[in-house]
Ligand binder design. Structure first.
Ligand code: GUN
Length: 313
């Protein structure tokens, strides 16, 4: 059976589209008023298939909103010193306002050292300790795109946050930690859970807003979800066999066809049917958190370009 649900869909795809349009307008204005075209350079080292797709999408989206968009593709055996030199060259290039080094980097390269070499004012990923420190302190700066996108989505759908209990499952530097800080900034009461947390279902099911960023397919089942909770699913995983597809999506024909014809459908960290059964509002996978990451990357790049000419909004 497919679950009937009255839960409200928080449409990340539509929200991302709106943000793309706002950024395109902002780029045109910056060009007109200051003669500056925002520039984003993405650095990809090696041939990781998922990273190649992400980088292509970032490059294409930046072009579509009117940015100068460039992807530097370096061979997998590029040395750490060469990567650092590339980053330093981009730091010195005034036509580049945003630098993103796609992670993961090949083994043997110190990612943290690479991140810390990016000029903080061009760190559109918001990973540099200067920016993470400013975030923690409540100062303006560049904020990590996925968590920033989630907060933007919740705000645009007017999900009440002040005073609510937000439970973040996952403590990565990219998502969990900055997301917790941003929720705190919205006056949520925040709990961060992780793989060593005792009684995870007990804590998760006390959340008014449950945010899952654990990287395990459909792990969050109904006992983790309070009836009426707002559920944000950051995970994205391939489901390649029909039996698992049926277990997760019931008789959903579209999902089954995707597995049969395209070899896979996508699922998040939250069990999709259980989520629909319990949540009052939720982000779908795909079309929820995913599209927002690139949208906020573009917004960060526009912000960096504005600040470079003293035109920050
Ligand atoms: N790899 C997976 N997600 C990200 C991201 O948001 N930024 C970068 N630089 N690499 C990633």
């Amino acid at each position: 059976m497919q679950t009937e649900s009255s839960a409200r869909k928080l449409d990340g795809k539509a929200t991302a589209k709106a943000i793309h349009q706002e950024v395109a307008k902002g780029c045109a204005e910056l060009q007109e008023n200051h003669g500056v075209r925002p520039g984003l350079t993405v650095v990809l080292v090696g041939e990781d298939p998922a990273s190649q797709i992400y980088v292509r999408n970032k490059e294409k989206s930046a072009t579509e909103v009117g940015m100068k968009s460039e992807a530097l593709r370096l061979p997998a055996d590029t040395s750490e010193a060469e990567i650092l030199d590339t980053v330093r060259r981009l730091n010195d290039d005034p036509s580049v306002h945003g630098i993103l080094v796609q992670l993961p980097l090949p083994e043997g390269v110190d990612s943290q050292k690479v991140i810390e070499t990016i000029a903080p004012e061009k760190d559109v990923d918001g990973f540099h300790p200067y920016n993470t420190g400013r975030l923690l302190t409540g100062l303006p700066g560049l904020v990590s795109c996925t968590p920033f996108g989630i907060i933007e989505l919740l705000k645009r759908y007017e999900v009440p946050m002040s005073g609510k209990h937000a439970v973040v499952i996952g403590r990565s530097n990219i998502v969990g930690k900055p997301l917790a800080v941003l929720l705190l900034r919205e006056n949520c009461t925040v709990t961060i859970c992780h793989s060593r947390t005792q009684d995870l279902p007990g804590i998760a099911s006390s959340a008014d807003i449950l945010l899952a960023a654990i990287g395990r397919p459909a792990m969050i089942t109904r006992e983790y979800i309070k009836p009426g909770a707002v559920v944000v699913d950051v995970g994205i995983h391939r489901v390649e066999d029909e039996a698992t597809c049926r277990e997760l999506f019931g008789d959903n024909e579209r999902r089954l066809r995707a597995v049969q014809k395209r070899g896979a459908t996508l699922v998040g960290d939250v069990h999709p049917q259980h989520m629909l059964e319990r949540a009052s509002a939720y982000t779908p996978v795909p079309g929820g958190v995913g599209p927002l990451t690139i949208a906020l990357l573009l917004q960060n790049t526009l912000q960096a370009a504005r600040e470079s000419v003293g035109a920050a909004s």
